[in-house]
Design a protein around this ligand. Structure first.
Ligand SMILES: C[S@@+](CC[C@H](N)C(=O)[O-])C[C@H]1O[C@@H](n2cnc3c(N)ncnc32)[C@H](O)[C@@H]1O
Length: 277
């Protein structure tokens, strides 16, 4: 952690030095500092890039991330950069690598580009830019879309994976599904009984969820509620046959269904009865 912090500060210092040295005529939020090749490879591996992926690199510099995605993983890519020189470099490098039919470059502000077609997003920006970008990522990307960042995190949106490659830190998140609302399902108990459950997710703050589960008329607060991509997880502490037990709930939020819902060891499907307004 300490080492990571020191490293982040030195990377920020490098960025600031590069800003001072570079032209300030562009409305650039971040100067060009390329990601080393082994780090790019790890970012693409973490995001599970394959031939069906469409990778958006926001602030694409010389195009290396989308070019490697196309060349080594058969993916398509879109590089977005505000600097026309970087865009020209990206196009020339893509041509040299023989992937100009698989990647394209958009000259413009990354905050204004439509991200809806992306199946994965890569970033090497700055901490405050990442945090400013968060609402746009949440709004435009589909639940489950991987977002990978080199060197900088996303504030209080905790990464699912943090890896160190050649002294650089890489973070992975998945866009969380929207889980708010009232969900209903019946749970078959181990003794052949049947319990009616009502899960009310009252609040979702990025990947953290709060609410209650009502089981046969009794309500319990959900604990440790998290949603990573489509995967919803929480626990409930209740009294069963005189003993206090903590039950683990897990499921995959897919639109208005929670598929593969498991409560302790039982499996079922929950249906969204109504969304939260
Ligand atoms: C640190 S470099 C990262 C380059 C590449 N993604 C990589 O990892 O090697 C950041 C890039 O973001 C670009 N940039 C900065 N602000 C931008 C903005 N608002 N919109 C689009 N690109 C921007 C810069 O021109 C620069 O090329």
């Amino acid at each position: 952690m300490q080492y990571g912090r020191k490293l982040s500060f030195s990377v920020i210092a490098l960025f600031l030095a590069a800003t001072t040295l570079s032209s300030v005529t562009l409305a650039r939020d971040v100067p060009f500092v390329p990601t080393p090749e082994p780090v790019v490879r790890e970012m693409l591996k973490l995001a599970k890039i394959g031939k069906d992926s469409l990778v958006y690199d926001l602030g694409s510099g010389d195009g290396r991330i989308v070019i490697m995605a196309a060349k080594e993983y058969g993916a398509r890519g879109v590089g977005v950069d505000i600097d026309p020189e970087r865009i020209a470099d990206g196009r020339a490098n893509a041509k040299r690598a023989g992937v100009e039919d698989k990647v394209k470059f958009i000259e413009g502000d990354l905050f204004k580009v439509d991200l809806r077609p992306a199946t994965a997003v890569t970033l090497y920006l700055l901490p405050d830019i990442n945090v400013r970008l968060r609402p746009k990522l949440m709004k435009e990307l589909r639940p489950g879309t991987p977002v990978v960042s080199h060197a900088f995190d996303m504030g209080d949106w905790e990464p699912e994976v943090t890896k160190t490659v050649d002294g650089a830190t890489v973070y992975l998140w998945h866009i969380p599904a929207r889980a708010s609302g009232v969900w209903e399902y019946r749970l078959r108990t181990a003794h052949g009984g049947d319990e009616q459950h009502r899960l009310h997710i009252t609040n979702q703050d990025i990947d953290k969820v709060q609410g209650t589960v009502t089981m046969d008329g009794q309500s319990f607060a959900i604990e440790n509620g998290r949603i990573s991509g489509e995967r919803l997880r929480f626990t409930v502490t209740r009294s069963l046959n005189g003993a206090t037990v903590t039950q683990r709930f897990e499921g995959r939020v897919a639109g208005d269904r929670i598929a593969d819902m498991t409560v302790a060891d039982s499996r079922m499907v929950a249906q969204r009865a109504r969304p939260t307004s």
